[in-house]
Write a protein that binds this ligand. Structure first.
Ligand code: IPM
Ligand code: MN
Length: 366
């Protein structure tokens, strides 16, 4: 059966990086014999400009009838003055809600070849390998009521979580932790917020069913500091929507660039894959963007939506090999290093992928 992927390149650098992810997926299709079909749809600023709305009906329908959605980025400074509900970002939030995925998985690893590129002393960051699990459909992002009072001088949002919302994402957290180092850090602000008290109580209760997982509760401010000083002290981090948004950008510091971070949103009707980086309008269309976040998101897509673990691992391997061989886009290059364009980086990773595969075959041959 063919794997139907709905592509939503979106705004800014979204189209450029998505193209490179598609290059890799086509390579996988060719070599694995798995049929993969692509359709492309507008979302975000481009959709506002063309269709008069950020999430056109046709885009939503395509997303709901696909096996997986691969998104580039949304957002453009020209919408800066608009209310949140009228901005391209609102389209992404509406899409997430419609697809129903509540667990957003954001891995961040320190690639050995990039350890010196980070702001850390290399020995502090080497080996860092985090999985941030961000609750994606609740909390401040969606809480009602929200808005401005008539005066315009007061504005409000609602931070609300129910037991059910916490349980379902925490379950993903415990299960992922079980498959990794069996360590789960639940992030909250339970010294101040009621929602965090509930979060902590529910996660603690659930922890009893996972006695093999070492559970710790960490205040979000402490977690931010620990990420900045001892990132290897974390493995899986379970966060609410806002804390997860903030800490996952911070986690970019262990990778050396936000440009390499992927994400997968699972648990709903259709799973959604998107790099963590934004639309980066300042470098859009110049071939300067790093496609690794998008390519690694495509690998997550194969892993979760197609059960193609082997192919996903090969892509991850190819990314690591390309970086080890010195492939650098602008965000990763040190002064004097050769800078690859978005396309060249995609091509380099594709070459590395072919090599990873050949190497495997020759091992099997002997
Ligand atoms: C992210 C982004 C989005 C978010 C924006 C674009 C709405 O920052 O995926 O982290 O805040 O969730
Ligand atoms: Mn973000």
């Amino acid at each position: 059966m063919s794997l139907k992927i709905a592509l939503m390149p979106g705004d800014g650098i979204g189209p450029e990086v998505t193209e490179e992810a598609v290059r890799i997926l086509k390579n996988v299709a060719e070599h694995s014999g798995k049929a993969i079909s692509f359709t492309t749809h507008r979302i975000g600023g481009v959709a506002i400009d063309t269709d008069g709305m950020g999430l056109p009906e046709a885009t939503l329908e395509a997303a709901l009838s696909a096996d997986a959605v691969l998104l580039g980025a949304v957002g453009h400074p020209k919408f800066e003055g608009r209310l949140p509900s009228e901005r391209p970002e609102a389209a992404l939030l509406a899409l997430r809600q419609a697809l129903g995925g509540f667990a957003n998985l954001r891995p961040a690893i320190c690639y050995p070849a990039l350890a010196r590129r980070t702001a850390f002393q290399p020995e502090r960051v080497r080996g860092a390998n985090l999985l941030i699990i961000r609750e994606l459909l609740g909390g401040l992002y969606y809480g009602e009521p929200r808005g401005f009072e008539a005066s315009g001088n007061t504005a409000f949002n609602t931070l609300i979580y129910s037991r059910h919302e916490i349980e379902r994402v925490a379950k993903v957290g415990f299960e992922r932790a079980r498959e990794r180092k069996k360590k789960l850090a639940s992030i909250d602000k339970a010294n101040v917020l009621e929602t965090s008290r509930l979060w902590r109580a529910v996660v603690s209760e659930m922890g009893k069913n996972y006695p093999d997982v070492e559970l710790e509760h960490v205040y979000v401010d402490t977690a931010a500091m620990r990420l900045a000083t001892a990132p290897t002290s974390f493995d899986v981090m379970l966060c609410d929507n806002l804390f997860g948004d903030i800490l996952s950008d911070q986690a970019g510091s262990i990778a050396g660039s936000l440009g390499v971070l992927p994400s997968a949103t699972i648990g709903g009707r259709v799973d959604l894959y998107e790099p963590v980086h934004g639309s980066a309008p300042d470098i859009a269309g110049k071939g300067l963007a790093n496609p690794i976040g998008a390519i690694a998101s495509a690998a997550m897509l194969l892993r979760f939506s197609a059960k193609m673990d082997k192919e996903a691992a090969e892509i991850d391997h190819a990314i690591e090999d390309a970086l080890a061989a010195g492939a650098r886009t602008k965000d990763l290059a040190s002064p004097g290093e050769r800078v690859l364009s978005t396309r060249e980086m995609g091509q380099t990773i594709e070459d590395a992928l072919n090599e990873v595969r050949d190497r495997k075959h020759s091992y099997h041959g002997v």
